[in-house]
Design a protein around this ligand. Structure first.
Ligand SMILES: Nc1ncnc2c1ncn2[C@@H]1O[C@H](COP(=O)(O)OP(=O)(O)OP(=O)(O)O)[C@@H](O)[C@H]1O
Ligand SMILES: [Mg+2]
Length: 265
């Protein structure tokens, strides 16, 4: 089982949208998928099909009041297992964040308890970096996808945080979301970002802006079903394909390393 964390250094980058879309697209490729919501906004469940905000979830587990998985795990129509964050007050969040700070491996240890097939993947939607939840997600992840809009302030913030992200992540890639090539300012912002992150930014990691994205969510559907030939749908399939191949290669590299031979990557 591999863990993939979706993080960003600004709000509204598209982490939750991409976590849910990738979960469904990977599940449709017959990969066992679980999605975890570490964000107090508790929105991932809505993306994955809940029509109310789940009252309980990982928040209560992080507070030490409930087991991490039993009783809090849902399965949607696509076969994606997911654990919502749960509803919390500010005081409850402050308390569980202090607990996370004292137990930096809380999520890594909890993930060890998941009985999931070797080719399964756990996607983690984390709140904005830096935060206790994002740090835990990054520390637990085999791959960190850093989602950013190609806007000057967002790219500058990511460029500044990237060295510390890269230092604590096993592998980190940048995913540019809400791309609008007609905007010259975005091209300049991307050039700045590329100079800062180098090959962490690949062509397969771009999702174009499409107003149908929030519309599909509001209707309880998926853009890749509603508007399958749009650029954004094509991009999401491309990102899911890339991730599927990355997961396969990383699993093989791990097997090679365990067999004592040189990894192929
Ligand atoms: N490629 C896109 N094109 C158009 N709209 C998008 C795209 N990606 C995401 N959105 C929209 O942007 C908004 C923010 O997306 P989302 O909630 O996924 O971001 P987030 O990073 O999880 O935000 P938050 O910091 O609030 O958790 C949503 O309305 C979503 O539908
Ligand atoms: Mg979100």
């Amino acid at each position: 089982m591999k863990t993939v964390a979706l993080v960003s250094t600004v709000g509204g980058a598209g982490r939750t949208t991409l976590t849910a879309a990738l979960a469904v697209l990977l599940a449709r490729r017959s990969r066992p998928v679980a999605a975890l919501d570490l964000d107090p906004q508790n929105m991932l469940g809505a993306h994955l099909g809940l029509d109310t905000f789940a009252a309980a979830g990982l928040a209560q587990a992080m507070a030490g009041q409930a087991p991490a998985w039993q009783g809090n795990t849902w399965r949607n129509a696509e076969g994606v297992l997911f654990v919502p964050h749960g509803e919390t007050t500010l005081a409850e969040r402050t308390a569980y964040e202090a607990r996370l700070a004292a137990h930096p491996r809380w999520l890594a240890d909890a993930l060890q308890q998941i009985d999931f097939p070797a080719h399964g993947v756990v996607l983690v939607d984390a709140p904005r970096f830096p935060s206790q939840q994002a740090e835990q997600a990054i520390r637990s992840a085999d791959l960190v996808l850093c989602v950013t809009p190609p806007e000057p302030a967002a790219c500058a913030t990511l460029a500044r945080c990237f060295p510390s992200l890269r230092a604590s992540a096993r592998t980190v890639k940048v995913v540019v979301n809400r791309l609008n090539p007609a905007r010259e300012m975005q091209r300049d912002a991307l050039a700045l970002l590329r100079a800062a992150v180098g090959d962490a930014l690949e062509l397969a990691h771009r999702v174009h802006f499409d107003a149908a994205m929030p519309d599909s969510l509001a209707r309880g559907g998926w853009i890749f079903d509603d508007v399958p030939y749009s650029q954004a749908s094509h991009d999401l399939h491309g990102l899911a394909n890339w991730l599927d191949v990355w997961l396969e290669n990383d699993a093989n590299a791990g097997a090679d390393a365990r067999a004592g031979s040189e990894p192929t990557r």
